[in-house]
Write a protein that binds this ligand. Structure first.
Ligand SMILES: *[C@@H]1O[C@H](CO)[C@@H](O)[C@H](O)[C@H]1NC(C)=O
Ligand SMILES: *[C@@H]1O[C@H](CO)[C@@H](O)[C@H](O)[C@H]1NC(C)=O
Ligand SMILES: *[C@@H]1O[C@H](CO)[C@@H](O)[C@H](O)[C@H]1NC(C)=O
Length: 376
């Protein structure tokens, strides 16, 4: 028998042992993230001179001024949505795929600025290459395939055992992609309906390749309200405006794109019932922020924080952010738009809250987390 004294010492120790794990917050459900997308998600696969021609100064300050206090080749003053996603899962910021020396144990970011959804050859065939970098979802899949090859998971067989290890604790984040496809074909003879069909098909096929490899937890972002971006406002007639003051035809185009994409995602859910595919509604999230801007602390909805020329947009294609003629505003967090096309950290923070904790993911991101926790 235990004496009372040893008993109490012992039981205190046991009690503490039992208490500690259960009272601590549960471990983060994901051990890594694989991210894809364009400049909205790129954490450094592009550098000055290698990205989209009009936004080529990403390696210069004031890019990065807010949080990192140095340029990190992110197209913003600070963190992107994918950075806040990593933070919320207690994971380090994702290293870009092209940084060969990075620690990739918590995931890799394949997103690359300027990337299109449709493969590069399409744009070459239609002579749309002058303003285009050769990156597309195809590039990113090629990079991802190389990663998987090292892990013996390379065939498109549904959930092969070798691939299961790759995806079991991984969140797959397919960031907004397709906005560049439309942007690159403006003013060309290629019809927007052609871009629409091909871009949505490319994204859908891309997601399906990942599901075929065994991806289990996937988030797919739709297109934002691209008609609210400074560049779209700057290029369009003032008569082309919608109820929130953005370019009506452009917002309409991204809306239709998203509708088609969601139909395809619904079909993928039926075809891959063991995977969870969350749609992140960038279009409505952005729209709700514009509508509630003053409450959220945004004073400028359409004007860039970083640019040149002043005026109502502070935007000039020949003096974009990071160039010698541009400068940035005092309080980036009061601006939605950073450089004409990309958003401020303040905007990305609120967007990420709406995706991760709010009502703009379907099914809710929190339910994906719960499924993962229950499966663990
Ligand atoms: C692309 O340019 C080439 C050479 O100028 C021309 O022959 C061809 O017809 C063009 N293609 C399209 C789709 O405009
Ligand atoms: C990547 O691998 C998959 C098979 O898992 C294949 O279907 C796809 O074509 C490959 N893509 C590229 C770009 O290499
Ligand atoms: C949006 O697109 C739909 C379908 O093509 C069309 O009926 C509608 O008039 C468009 N609205 C605007 C504002 O362009």
């Amino acid at each position: 028998m235990w004496t009372l004294k040893t008993m109490s010492t012992f039981s205190t120790a046991v009690f503490l042992l039992l208490l500690t794990p259960s009272s601590a917050t549960p471990p983060p459900p994901f051990k890594k993230i694989y991210a894809f997308g364009d400049s909205y998600t790129d954490t450094g696969n592009t550098k000055s001179g290698t990205g989209p021609r009009a936004f080529t100064y990403v390696s210069n300050l004031p890019y990065g001024r807010t949080f990192f206090h140095r340029p990190t080749n992110r197209y913003s003053d600070g963190r992107l949505v994918i950075d806040f996603v990593a933070e919320s899962l207690s994971l380090p910021y994702l290293p870009p795929y092209l940084n060969r020396n990075a620690d990739t144990s918590a995931g890799i970011n394949y997103a690359v600025a300027g990337s299109t959804a449709i493969r590069h050859a399409f744009f070459v065939k239609n002579n749309l290459t002058l303003i285009l970098t050769p990156q597309s979802l195809q590039t990113q899949l090629n990079w991802f395939n190389k990663t998987l090859k090292g892990k013996k998971c390379k065939n498109a067989v549904l959930s092969p055992a070798e691939c299961e290890a790759v995806f079991r604790d991984a969140l797959v984040w397919v960031g907004e992609i397709g906005a560049n496809d439309y942007a690159y074909s403006v003013g060309s003879t290629v019809r927007s309906g052609t871009i629409l069909r091909r871009a949505v098909r490319s994204v859908t096929e891309f997601v399906e390749v990942l599901l075929n490899k065994g991806a289990k937890y996937v988030v797919v972002q739709g297109l934002p309200t691209t008609g609210c971006l400074t560049l779209a406002m700057y290029l369009s007639p003032e008569t082309d405006r919608d109820d929130i003051g953005c370019v009506a035809t452009v917002n309409n185009q991204s809306y239709i794109h998203n509708t088609l994409l969601q139909t395809n995602i619904q079909n993928l859910r039926r075809k891959y019932p063991k995977s969870i595919i969350v749609y992140a509604d960038y279009w409505n999230a952005y729209r709700s922020i514009v509508k509630n801007a003053p409450k959220l602390g945004f004073h400028e909805l359409y004007k860039t924080c970083c640019g040149s020329s002043g005026g109502s947009y502070n935007f000039d294609l020949l003096g974009t952010c990071g160039s010698s003629s541009a400068s940035s505003c005092k309080n980036p967090s009061q601006y939605i738009n950073w450089d004409g096309v990309h958003l401020t950290e303040g905007m990305y923070k609120i967007l990420s809250d709406l995706f991760l904790k709010g009502a703009f993911t379907h099914p809710p991101f929190e339910s994906l987390l719960r499924s993962k926790q229950n499966a663990a």
